[in-house]
Design a protein around this ligand. Structure first.
Ligand SMILES: [Zn+2]
Ligand SMILES: [Zn+2]
Length: 334
């Protein structure tokens, strides 16, 4: 079979590999869609400390169980299920978390084996009727978005700012609407990408410069109830704190480069305005199941966000589209 393997930064190869064999407690699936995201572009450029090459990449996975034909979606982040955090049901911050496509071969392959660990934590979800494999593969990033908005308490009546108009930003806009947000504003410094995203998710306003001033203007000086940074930008994080309303919540959804993670923020804004700043680290198996339901019942449509469908042989083109911000969602069809 064909796989796309990471060998070293800048070196991902589409090559032949033997079909994997499922051991006891494992599940072999025929991958139908494995979508790409900014993380894949980051791995391609820099590698990742959890990836020991060669490794089949791909963590947004949907396919068919080989034995039964059942249509399934697979989680990406695998909590251990037994540590102090997991026992407190804080599965997204399990310190022993492993990931598909990092510790285990992922979905950029015709076939893959789901590790027993994934099955043990309920990490394989049946895809509801009417949901295609490509849409189902987007349940994983949507699950992460759901975790972020749950932690930030996005709810009815909120004015929400989403900073970053990539696929994650688009999902944030859609989910905020589904959760009853009053208005959603979308910010990006890349005007082209912003326009492409805005065509799809129709925010109440788009902002491509001076975001703090613009958000204050749009909210009559009050600021936004929730600000979500869906970009690896310290500047965006600093701006997010300054544009939040009193008792506002700020989600540092996107992480910063690990060699440059320090920002400057006015601590007195946090103090006097009673701001809450929350992080977000992946998603739990329950978030994945809920994300599939959101997609299936139409509360969060994702089919139109899939702008490119490519065969496995073109995975590098897909990663290139993602890193240039020239696509919303690119899905690979092995
Ligand atoms: Zn991803
Ligand atoms: Zn754990």
């Amino acid at each position: 079979m064909k796989v796309a393997r990471f060998h070293a930064p800048g070196d991902i190869r589409v090559e032949d590999a033997p079909e994997p064999v499922a051991g006891p407690g494992e599940l072999k699936i025929r991958v139908r869609n494995c979508s790409t995201c900014g993380t894949d572009a980051k791995i391609f450029k820099f590698g990742h400390h959890h990836i020991r090459p060669p490794r089949v990449m791909g963590h947004e996975i949907a396919g068919e169980v080989v034995d039964t034909g059942e249509r399934v979606q697979v989680i990406a982040a695998i909590p251990c299920g037994t540590c102090a955090e997991c026992r407190r049901d804080r599965l997204t911050v399990c310190p022993d978390q492993e990931s598909m496509g990092y510790h285990y071969d992922g979905g950029f392959a015709e076939y893959m084996v789901v590790p027993a660990k994934v099955l043990a934590v309920g990490g394989v979800n049946a895809v509801p009727d009417g949901v295609g494999f490509a849409e189902a593969s987007v349940a994983e990033p949507l699950a992460c978005v759901l975790n972020g908005q749950t932690l930030a308490g996005v709810g009815p009546g909120d004015d929400v700012v989403v900073m970053g108009a990539g696929p994650i930003g688009c999902l944030h806009v859609r989910l905020a609407r589904a959760r009853g947000a009053a208005r959603v504003f979308l910010v990006d410094v890349n005007a082209e990408r912003l326009a492409m995203a805005a065509d799809l998710v129709t925010p109440d306003a788009v902002i491509d410069s001076d975001p703090v001033e613009q958000v204050l203007k749009l909210t009559g000086g009050r600021g936004a109830d929730v600000v979500i940074t869906a970009a690896a930008s310290g500047v965006a994080q600093e701006q997010a704190v300054r544009m939040a309303a009193r008792q506002g919540r700020i989600s540092f959804f996107g992480g910063l480069p690990k060699d440059d993670p320090i920002i400057r923020l006015d601590s007195n804004l946090v103090h006097y305005r009673e701001l809450t700043i929350v992080g977000a680290n992946g998603s739990s198996p329950a978030h994945n199941a809920e994300a599939l339901r959101l997609i299936a019942d139409g509360r969060v449509p994702v089919a139109d966000l899939i702008t490119h469908r490519l065969p496995l042989t073109r995975v590098l083109d897909g990663i290139d589209l993602v890193s240039r911000g020239a696509a919303i969602k690119v899905t690979i069809e092995p």
